[in-house]
Design a protein around this ligand. Structure first.
Ligand code: NAI
Ligand code: MG
Length: 483
């Protein structure tokens, strides 16, 4: 199947409803990481292209085709996008898998399903975000409107390319904005197809532009005074640079950054379920997930029993071709990620943690890496503090609830946390005390587009998903009339 799929033409940029060559000719070769082989040439957008896209976006926002479109019709258009994504799900999943190295089945039932769902869900919100009439003194009428922010620059990473694009584009368009999307340099394929789909459903010209390229393309977007709002998902380091960059023009900015999420197994947990949840919690998408449960904290009284079952489960995980039905883990996305993961494995050993499993490449040709488990990890170890973003888990033990809470919260991140317990009071107590945007109890990575998602501390700003994810792309205007 992967061999007879047509790759989209990535040598042009989608600007103002047209497929344009970059103003200054430049391109790079995009890679299939599972084969370490070139896939296609991709255009690099420069400052002039960003400027063209911004001008087209403003023209689009002012056009009667967009400004005059009833909110319900915007919703209908987004719903259609969801339908087309569903019709083309196998093709899109194949492209996603070729581009990222992730398992085809995970792309199909995870990424693509969620991308379609995001367009359908936010299509529904387009005519449901309302303002208020406020109880001011009677001789005034005072009300609010939720208006589009304007031009939204969306900069996204490579771990869930189409899904990330959808979770930003769909709510922004639902609220009446224009969007300029910059996909990650590692994974441009599905973004280009998505532009074709939005073109096909009749999105007015200029309302979406797709600019492929590297970090410099994103930088030019952050610097451009004509972009009103930056929505970013990616590394904490780049998130900080973007926030600094947004200061110059005081752009609105939302950031979904890294994590070092604890997954806590209490002594009363259902061990079988906990093993399953902890395993997929760290190894799904090869651990390349901002919510990866990368710190596993196990109560000392069940430590041996839990670890025996956990290590047995991890041993069964086969890395292999993303299209092979027996593969349970695909390839890492790039050589950079492979080197990063390898260097953390080396570091963990130097720091004195025990390498209990894995730690080696998982195949000959691609950037495969075996599921890796460290035991005897100390809370201050860098492998327990820093985001690795790969299939590496740091495990340790604890004695009391107070102790594990302190360890869980003592990192610079606060994206997610998980716990396994049947003690209801403890579950609520812990859930309230954990500094994390999402807390899972007896489940992990259960993410719904209906629910708000985002980070405490250095995991970011703002919430995507749910009603919050729509309101993120609005300004509140207050109107007061003397009557
Ligand atoms: P990155 O943060 O460098 O890249 C994410 C996006 O930002 C890409 O589209 C990139 O081109 C763009 N970008 C890079 N520099 C920029 C700049 N100065 N201004 C504007 N845009 C810029 O992430 P990278 O290098 O691919 O991965 C490095 C680490 O980041 C990973 O190992 C992981 O720890 C973390 N990461 C976190 C993700 C998450 O879901 N929170 C997703 C991907 C990476
Ligand atoms: Mg690629």
């Amino acid at each position: 199947m992967e061999n007879d799929i047509a790759l989209p033409d990535c040598t042009r940029l989608f600007i103002g409803g047209h497929w344009e060559e970059p103003a200054v000719a430049a391109s790079y070769t995009n890679e299939n990481p599972a084969l370490r082989k070139g896939l296609c040439e991709v255009a690099i957008a420069g400052e002039k292209d960003v400027d063209r896209a911004v001008k087209a976006a403003h023209a689009g926002l002012a056009s009667k085709e967009w400004a005059g479109l009833p909110a319900a019709d915007r919703g209908r258009l987004l719903w259609k996008v969801g339908q087309i994504i569903r019709e083309r799900a196998k093709e899109l999943a194949t492209l996603e898998s070729l581009d990222t190295g992730k398992l085809y089945v995970e792309a199909l039932y995870g990424d693509i399903e969620n991308a379609a769902g995001a367009f359908e869900y936010y299509g529904g919100w387009s005519n449901k975000i309302t303002g208020q009439v406020l109880p001011v003194p009677p001789r005034f009428l005072d009300y609010t409107r939720r208006e589009a922010v304007g031009v939204v620059g969306a900069i996204i990473p490579w771990n869930f390319p189409l899904m990330m694009a959808a979770m930003k584009i769909a709510p922004a368009l639902a609220m009446g904005n224009a969007v300029i999307l910059k996909p990650a340099e590692q994974t441009p394929l599905t973004a280009v197809v998505l532009a074709r789909i939005l073109e096909e459903v009749g999105l007015p010209k200029g309302i979406l532009s797709v600019l492929t390229g590297f970090g410099d393309t994103g930088k030019a977007m952050v610097a451009h005074p004509g972009i009103d709002n930056i929505t970013f998902t990616g590394s904490t380091a780049v998130g900080k640079a973007i926030m600094r960059g947004c200061a110059d023009t005081l752009k609105r900015v939302s950031l979904e950054l890294g994590g070092k999420s604890p997954n806590i197994v209490f002594e009363d947990a259902d061990i079988k379920r906990a093993v399953r949840g902890v395993t997929t919690g760290i190894y799904y998408n090869q651990g390349q997930m901002c919510t990866a449960g990368s710190r596993v904290l196990v109560h000392e009284s069940i430590h041996n029993q839990f670890m025996d079952a956990f290590l047995a489960a991890v041993k069964e995980i086969e890395t292999g071709s993303p299209f092979d039905k027996t593969s349970r883990m695909g390839s890492l996305v790039s050589k950079e990620q492979f080197d990063r993961v390898s260097s953390y494995v080396e570091l963990g050993q130097k720091e004195g943690a025990t390498l209990a499993l894995g730690g080696t490449p998982g195949g000959s040709e691609g950037y495969f890496f075996r599921p890796t488990v460290f035991t005897d990890v100390q809370p201050h170890h860098r492998i327990a503090q820093e985001e690795i973003f790969g299939p590496v888990v740091a495990t340790s033990t604890f004695k009391t609830e107070e102790e594990v809470l302190a360890v869980a919260n003592n990192v610079s991140y606060g994206l997610a946390a998980g716990m396994w317990t049947n003690d209801l009071a403890r579950a609520h107590r812990m859930a309230h005390a954990l500094k994390a945007g999402t807390v899972w109890v007896n489940t992990y990575n259960a993410m719904w587009r209906e629910s708000p998602f985002g980070g405490y501390k250095q995991s970011g700003h703002g919430r995507e998903g749910g009603q919050d994810g729509a309101e993120l792309y609005t300004e509140v205007k207050n109107i007061c009339i003397s009557i």
